[in-house]
Design a protein around this ligand. Sequence first.
Ligand SMILES: [Zn+2]
Length: 164
Amino acid sequence: MDSHAAAGDLSDVASGNAAPRDDSVRVACPHCATTNRVLRARLGEAAKCGSCKQPLLPGEPFELTAASFDRHIATTDLPLVVDFWAPWCGPCRMMAPAYEQAAARLAPGVRLAKLDTDKAQDIAARFGIRGIPTLIVFRNGREIARQSGAMDLPRLLDWIKSKV
Ligand SMILES: [Zn+2]
């Protein structure tokens, strides 16, 4: 197994040598939320988390929690789309398969995640989420676009590509 991949370079952050390298991006792990540095050129090479060894960019929507949300927003240099949803929401469930396909199509340059607003009500309130599903695109720690209402795959792809 080839496990030396691109990640796991965390020691650079603390070692104090040199400025941040502009050829790498920070990616928070979808599984353990550890921040990894990945060379931009190697994003497509199935990079693994230096901490938990799971895929950093699995090409499928990953679940954010109240505990991991802020870290992901703050420490991921790649555009991050968050689907604010809830299990009881029919349109949310209807959009889920298209959202999964969009995640696969847009990987590895764009990451798609989901936040269950029932479990993370404080965050939903902070972002003023009134109806679900609501998609928000984050970049460099800030909201850059949002859209409410379910979308099919072509509209999802068009909308996300137009924002990132
Ligand atoms: Zn991890």
